[in-house]
Write a protein that binds this ligand. Structure first.
Ligand SMILES: C[S@@+](CC[C@H](N)C(=O)[O-])C[C@H]1O[C@@H](n2cnc3c(N)ncnc32)[C@H](O)[C@@H]1O
Length: 298
């Protein structure tokens, strides 16, 4: 299941196609699978309404930053179960929204929502060739799958650069890219037993980037206008998911079996602990398209 470029469709299905009913037990009502934006520090984060409000707030932030002109077109790279697309579908500004995923289970779920002016495609971004440019692109926590653990730093940056080159080619001249990405934030680099657990049992062929790699890769194509880390948001989201999965243990085990349930329990707890230790964080990043790509020395 390993690849030198990043997660394949098969790798993505290994993680995302274990059952939509299973994920619905512990995600929020929008089925967002990324760190939320928490506004009330005292609210019970495991409450479905509170978690849903925090996920909606995060989607709203990215959509506002994307600043789609009235009637404009939005692309969501790695749209998951369509949380962002459902917000965009009911946003007066967005004329059309397109989502890309490599998961047939996610595709089926988004299609079942019957969202107006939304198209979801089972398509790798490497194969995406839109007929018309987009006003803006959002991508929340898909970037982590764009490079694999067996790449050198230079190869990882090359893989990320390919993504930014594509985004540049898909956008209108003044287009914006609003990105959310989990990243290493200490000397930890994914090697060792914890890293092996993640790349073997949780997210095959996936490695987290460092912020410096994202910055180097985007530089020829985008001006990086904001990058904020929000470790508390990451911890709180994983704590909420973890508690909700535990609360629904019997139903979860009935859907995916005891071994898969246990694997997800360990993974969710490990992410919370790693963020607590300062080993990883989540960034919200805004990028403005450069009029012409820069030809920078390697
Ligand atoms: C962690 S989920 C995030 C989903 C969604 N953005 C959200 O916030 O709920 C990662 C998503 O990225 C998608 N993905 C990963 N690699 C991809 C690729 N090469 N092309 C298209 N989608 C990809 C997966 O199919 C999945 O939908």
């Amino acid at each position: 299941m390993t690849t030198t470029t990043g997660a394949t469709a098969q790798d993505i299905r290994f993680h995302y196609d274990v059952g939509n009913d299973f994920y619905a037990l512990w995600l929020d009502d929008t089925m967002a699978y990324s760190a939320a934006l928490w506004e009330n520090p005292d609210a019970d984060e495991t409450d479905t309404a509170v978690l849903t409000a925090a996920q909606r707030a995060n989607q709203r932030l990215h959509l506002d930053r994307a600043a789609v002109a009235p009637g404009g077109r939005l692309l969501d790279v790695g749209c998951g179960w369509g949380g962002m697309l459902s917000l965009a579908a009911h946003d007066a500004h967005v004329g059309e929204a397109t989502g890309l995923t490599l998961s047939p289970a996610q595709l089926a779920h988004v299609n079942s929502l019957g969202l107006p002016r939304v198209e979801v495609r089972l398509e790798d971004w490497r194969d995406h060739a839109p007929e018309r440019p987009y006003d803006a692109i959002v991508s929340l926590e898909a970037f982590e799958a764009f490079a694999g653990p067996d790449l050198t730093t230079a190869q990882r940056i090359a893989a990320y650069t390919e993504f930014f080159a594509r985004c540049h080619s898909w956008l209108i001249p003044s287009g914006t890219l609003s990105l959310q990405v989990i990243a290493f934030d200490s000397g930890v680099d994914g090697s060792g037993p914890v890293g092996a657990f993640f790349t073997r049992d949780v997210f095959p062929a996936t490695i987290l980037p460092r912020l410096s790699e994202v910055a180097a890769a985007c530089d020829p194509y985008f001006s990086l206008t904001a990058a904020h880390s929000d470790t508390p948001a990451y911890i709180r989201t994983f704590r909420a998911w973890s508690a909700r999965l535990l609360r629904n243990r019997d139903q979860a085990q009935a859907i995916v079996g005891a071994a898969t349930y246990q694997r997800y329990r360990v993974y969710l707890k490990a992410c919370e602990v790693l963020a607590h230790r300062g080993d990883l964080t989540v960034y919200r990043i805004v990028m403005r398209r450069r009029p012409q790509p820069l030809h920078l020395q390697a």
